[in-house]
Design a protein around this ligand. Structure first.
Ligand code: NAD
Length: 473
């Protein structure tokens, strides 16, 4: 509970705010908003020291309007039913915003992974998967998990192996989970997809001169100063791609402290330092921020919360100095903080849109698993050959000889090229739709912020699905 709202209540408040701008029947809006099913289960595990511990796990399927349902699995001490239902709901809206044909789901286990050995985590993950199978909460056409806070490719491999062992139909069983390693039928580009999507979204938002002007910013990412909270999967990749996009990552905040350097960090070097030293703190040439929460209040152009929910609150929102809050994490801004930031003219790019890159590429992975063919496999060689034939024709016609470097620019698209291009397209299109909705409402004198516009678009798309199902006329 943060500032009088549970996480799920916060999501529903955002939904209600957007629903006022639509004219769907109350019953349809209720059906879209409600969590269709959720399940809490407990099971015992034997720890390495021989003691028995009860583990609490959840899976919520927020919306069955489109199947399978889709959403990550989180390992954190904060996991509870309300959080999982809220995150599942966000997944429903997120998929609709980027036009990915899944309902939303989420799962989680209440634990701090740092307190468990690798083999304990494997036993827990396999037993959790077994519970999902028993309760019909997993399957390529039913519900498809993915990584989230506290989980990675490794857990996805254990889930896959457990599912395949028990699956009656093995043909499509690979599609029971996404975020798998490449060797286990994962897809190139999935690991960094959420962070890359965050950067595609920011690039698009920052490219619009008239939106940057009131923030006192020039268009483009070039030279913009960025502070990132959370240097995990999403935070690390967002920081890396922002740096590659010519932004300056001046602050990185982790659980045990943050680092600051106004010149900007080489993100790869910080990651290497953490791999060797076990922490980002102590990175050479950086100023240490002892309390990482203080780092949220640093002077910067873009603040990227990429850790957990409820990080920007009524308490710190008046002191946030960023011009843009880019919600890479789910639910990082409380409703009270949202109001304060909006009043202060800070632009919030909402989670439902900005972190949708993960599920977008998970969709590509799921399609690849069902089609049993690697993306680009059929066309790559053909494209290669025709493009090089074209080069030779140009050389012949002009007498100009292309250099080896120029030749290397020409190649048929491989899987990662296609994944990144599909991701970029999804992020650009969704942002344009979101902005279009804002503009339409502005012309009617309705002040609709980005979060509300994103929810309005999600509601329209889900309502359309229900109508196609013939449930509502
Ligand atoms: P992760 O476990 O890989 O990384 C989270 C990082 O945040 C860790 O390094 C952790 O130490 C750090 N952290 C935790 N509390 C912190 C605090 N108070 N201050 C600073 N750092 C803190 O998790 P992730 O997959 O990167 O997920 C991060 C957020 O992004 C979550 O809200 C998640 O739901 C959301 N998200 C993840 C994905 C995905 O594909 N992994 C997709 C969409 C949204």
């Amino acid at each position: 509970m943060a500032e009088g709202f549970s996480f799920f209540q916060k999501v529903n408040t955002d939904f209600d705010k957007a629903a006022q701008f639509t004219d769907y029947p109350h019953g349809l809006l209720e059906q879209i908003k409600i969590c269709n099913s959720s399940c809490h289960f407990t099971f015992p595990i034997k720890r390495d020291d021989g003691t028995i511990q009860t583990i609490h796990g959840w899976r919520a399927e927020h919306s069955h309007h489109s199947l399978p349902t889709k959403g990550g699995i989180r390992y954190s001490t904060l996991v509870n039913e309300d959080e999982i239902m809220a995150l599942a709901a966000l997944m429903t809206y997120k998929c609709a915003i980027v036009d990915v044909p899944f309902g939303g789901a989420k799962g989680g286990i209440q634990l701090d992974r740092r307190e468990y050995s690798e083999s304990e985590l494997e036993r827990i993950t396999r037993r959790y998967t077994y519970e999902l199978i028993q309760k019909n909460y997993i399957g390529p056409g039913i519900d498809v998990p993915a990584p989230d806070f506290g989980t990675s490719e490794t857990e996805m491999t254990w889930i896959l192996d457990t599912y395949i062992t028990m699956a009656p139909d093995k043909l499509n069983a690979m599609a029971c989970v996404t975020g798998k390693p490449i060797e286990q039928n994962g897809i190139h580009g999935r690991k960094g997809a959420t962070g890359r999507g965050v950067v595609f979204g920011l690039e698009e938002a920052c490219s619009i001169t008239e939106d940057m002007k009131p923030l006192g910013l020039s268009p483009g990412l070039h030279g913009k100063s960025v502070v990132i909270q959370g240097f995990g999967n999403v935070g690390y990749h967002a920081a890396k791609f922002l740096m590659e996009g010519d932004a300056r990552v001046i602050g990185i905040l982790e659980q045990n402290g943050g680092i600051y350097n106004p010149q900007g960090f080489d993100v790869e070097k910080v990651a290497m330092h953490r791999a060797e030293a076990g922490s980002i703190c102590g990175y050479p040439g950086a100023k240490l921020i002892e309390n990482p929460n203080d780092g949220l209040e640093l002077e910067c152009d873009i603040l990227v919360p990429a850790a957990l929910e409820n990080q920007l609150t009524a308490k710190n929102a008046p002191r946030i100095k960023a011009a843009i809050v880019a919600e890479a994490a789910n639910g990082p801004t409380t409703p009270a903080a949202d109001e304060i930031l909006q009043e202060r003219g800070i632009m919030i790019i909402p989670d439902t849109y900005l972190n949708a890159g993960g599920v977008t590429v998970s969709y590509f992975e799921w399609l690849r698993n069902l089609s049993h063919v690697q993306l680009g496999r059929l066309g790559k060689r053909f494209e290669d050959t025709t493009q090089h034939a074209m080069l030779r024709a140009v050389e012949k016609a002009t007498g100009y000889e292309f250099s080896d470097d120029e030749r290397q620019l020409i190649h048929g698209a491989d899987e990662e090229d296609l994944v990144n291009s599909g991701l970029q397209d999804a992020m650009i299109r969704a942002y344009q739709e979101l902005r279009e909705t804002r503009m339409q409402h502005r012309s009617k004198n309705d002040d609709v912020d980005c979060r509300t516009a994103a929810f309005i678009n999600a509601i329209h798309r889900i309502a359309k699905s229900y109508m196609q199902l013939g449930i509502f006329p």
